[in-house]
Design a protein around this ligand. Sequence first.
Ligand SMILES: C[S@@+](CC[C@H](N)C(=O)[O-])C[C@H]1O[C@@H](n2cnc3c(N)ncnc32)[C@H](O)[C@@H]1O
Length: 223
Amino acid sequence: MTASECPPEEIRRIAALCTTKWHRDYTRIKLRTDPAYAAVLREVSGTSLPLLDIGCGIGLLAMYLRGAGFDADVTGFDYDTGKIEAAKLMAQRSGFSGLHYAAGDARHEMPAFSGHVVILDILQFFTSAEQDALLALAASRVATGGRLIIRSGLRESTWRHRVTIMGDWLAKLTFWMKAAPVCYPTREQFERVLSANGLRVRIEPLWGRTPFNNYLIVAERQA
Ligand SMILES: C[S@@+](CC[C@H](N)C(=O)[O-])C[C@H]1O[C@@H](n2cnc3c(N)ncnc32)[C@H](O)[C@@H]1O
């Protein structure tokens, strides 16, 4: 059975799998405080479709889902080979099965796949045209009954949007991210591109206790 969230003792165990203190602290804080992971869990809970995580970083979503009892296969995909290696190592040490990782640039390729697709916090690194292409490619990987689940900032005239831009630049300047933010997508863009690809779209704020202008975009391929 899938729990509604990953229990604190499991988060502590997952964080202890990291090879560096920086990754350990980052993992513990992210898994405890970032509302995106529990939001994805809610959207896929009770289903058995596999899940593709585009821009998976060090694979925290997969760890969170397994820690909460989600047992379908999860494939993580990221162009940062260092993060993919760290994710593989954590997966090996965790004892969890059915976790797969592949390195590649989502602007040019994506693993063959059919199931749920997740994109957390990467669209801002793409131009508007690249975002449209990535959304269409991701939509093509969503199975009937599956969902494309996205967390993204939206381009809006709000203080939250300005704080989001500063946060992304900070990540770049501290070398946590290889890329600087390029363009933030709009609400209209998600609705236009995803509906054109046969998905039914809903968009809701996902601010949690953060100051960031984040939204949860869920696009479903109905039977
Ligand atoms: C802000 S991090 C989010 C990590 C992960 N989704 C999470 O929420 O824990 C963005 C990730 O996207 C990856 N990324 C950025 N551009 C990419 C691209 N063109 N192809 C694949 N991955 C990319 C980065 O390497 C980074 O790991």
